[in-house]
Design a protein around this ligand. Structure first.
Ligand code: SF4
Length: 290
């Protein structure tokens, strides 16, 4: 079957050759393990059971997980093996389950969930580069969406990810996520049980893009949609886009943070010491799998 799961719609017959995402037909996973470094409503105090799928539909030039997004490193899992891993994560006392960049494997993920559905909020952690049609396949299975909203201009979408339609696709996708979940809901431990939490990573020299995206969130998404403003950009993969070869400055961070506060957006601000390569998970090693 030809794959059109993401906005690339490259139509690859993945049983014969991989698509833009670099993936064949088999479900490949680079890490299944407890993860403590998401936002508090996702990680809680015990962690989210994080499943990092290999490959990526966006493949940003600066991706800090380039080892899996660009090279597709990982192990092949069947739906049954994934469902068994989800049971192990649940038994470890995780407070949520997170599927990270799972878009190319949506049918197999749904197969795994039909075998066993964890009794925990299911979080779909995504670059935001999604098709509404594919998201509709997830309706009723996913409780919480955690999309990035990365680029406003098609020029930056093209430069960073060869996706000039990034904003067009991501803005439609995030609206669909909000429609599916309705307003955010939390349990008595502050864990999000329904809703959408939008992430934005500030890029060096691009505070104007950040501010336009935050204004769009205020104007277009339901009031109260929380935002996680991230400052941890680290130049990775010998990034070749001019200007992206440095971390953001304190002045850049404050400019965007002040704009978010002026807009009255609720959400989360990251600590300064989060821009540390030590927070990047280890992939595809023995200790990467529960
Ligand atoms: S998921 Fe991969 S193969 Fe499918 S349309 Fe997107 S890039 Fe192409």
């Amino acid at each position: 079957m030809n794959c059109n799961l993401c906005p690339r719609m490259c139509g690859a017959r993945r049983s014969i050759r991989p698509g833009f995402c670099g993936l064949g037909e088999e479900m490949v996973i680079a890490r299944i393990a407890p993860h403590l470094w998401e936002e508090p409503p996702v990680s809680g105090t015990h962690g989210t059971g994080a499943v990092f799928f290999s490959g990526c539909t966006l493949r940003c030039v600066y991706c800090q997980n380039g080892e899996i997004s660009h090279t597709g490193a990982g192990k092949v899992f069947s739906p049954l093996e994934l469902s068994e891993a989800l049971k192990r994560l649940t038994d470890l006392g995780m407070q949520t389950i997170s599927f990270i960049t799972g878009t190319p494997f949506v049918p197999r993920i749904l197969d795994a969930l039909s075998l066993w559905r964890p009794p925990l909020p299911l979080v779909w952690n995504t670059s935001g580069y999604e098709r509404v049609e594919t998201l509709r396949m997830l309706e009723g299975a996913v409780d919480v969406y955690l999309p990035d909203l990365k680029h406003f201009s098609s020029r930056m979408g093209q430069l960073c990810a060869r996706a000039p339609d990034y904003f067009e696709a991501a803005s439609a996708a995030i609206r669909e996520m909000c429609r599916q979940t309705g307003p955010c809901r939390y349990d008595d431990q502050g864990i999000m049980t329904r809703g959408v939490l939008v992430r934005h990573l500030i890029l060096p020299g691009l505070t104007g893009e950040s501010m336009k995206l935050l204004t769009w969130i205020r104007d277009e998404l339901p009031a109260g949609t929380p935002v996680s403003l991230m400052r941890q950009y680290i130049p990775c993969n010998h990034v070749s886009v001019p200007g992206l070869d440095r971390r953001i400055t304190e002045k850049e961070y404050r400019r965007v943070r002040d704009h978010m506060q002026l807009l009255g957006l609720p959400g989360f601000l990251q600590e300064p010491d989060s821009a540390d390569a030590g927070f990047i998970p280890v992939f595809n090693q023995k200790e990467s799998f529960v």
